[in-house]
Design a protein around this ligand. Structure first.
Ligand SMILES: [Zn+2]
Length: 144
């Protein structure tokens, strides 16, 4: 009787060992990462490069549009000065209010935060404090 019990015990032990091995194999499979650390880091690096280039492009485009808007503002002010001079020959510009009838949306301001000079000067073109010497109003442009 005790020998038969021993056989049963051995069989159970084999069964338990096989079950344990299967459980360990499944555990190993379950926690095996889908990507290695190097693969994950490479993907993150590529995404970082893409994000940096997109951010750089958008920032440059925003700066370009501000420079162009500033140039349009300067041309608008020059047009108002020309119209004032045509309507009032010989009259000097002493106040920005004299230009108000010729500026539908009021005196424009630089979108990049610059200030405009020579607004009331007929002899000099209006310039932006942020503009370059060669191209007043054109500041932070990618292409000249
Ligand atoms: Zn400006």
């Amino acid at each position: 009787m005790s020998g038969a019990e021993g056989i049963v015990f051995v069989a159970d032990s084999h069964y338990d060992t096989a079950k344990e091995n299967l459980r360990r194999k499944n555990m190993k499979k379950r926690f095996e990462p889908a990507f290695t650390l190097i693969e994950t880091l490479l993907v993150l690096l590529v995404l970082a490069v893409i994000a940096a280039s997109v951010t750089l492009g958008v920032t440059q485009a925003i700066n370009d549009s501000k420079g162009r808007e500033c140039a349009v503002n300067l041309a608008t002010i020059e047009g108002a000065k020309d119209e004032f001079a045509r309507d009032n020959p010989g009259v000097a510009l002493t106040s920005v209010d004299q230009l108000k009838p010729y500026l539908r949306y009021g005196l424009p301001t630089c979108p990049a935060g610059g200030t405009y000079d020579h607004i009331l000067d007929f002899n000099q073109r209006c310039t932006c404090s942020l503009g370059t010497d060669s191209k007043p109003g054109y500041h932070s442009l990618a292409q000249p």
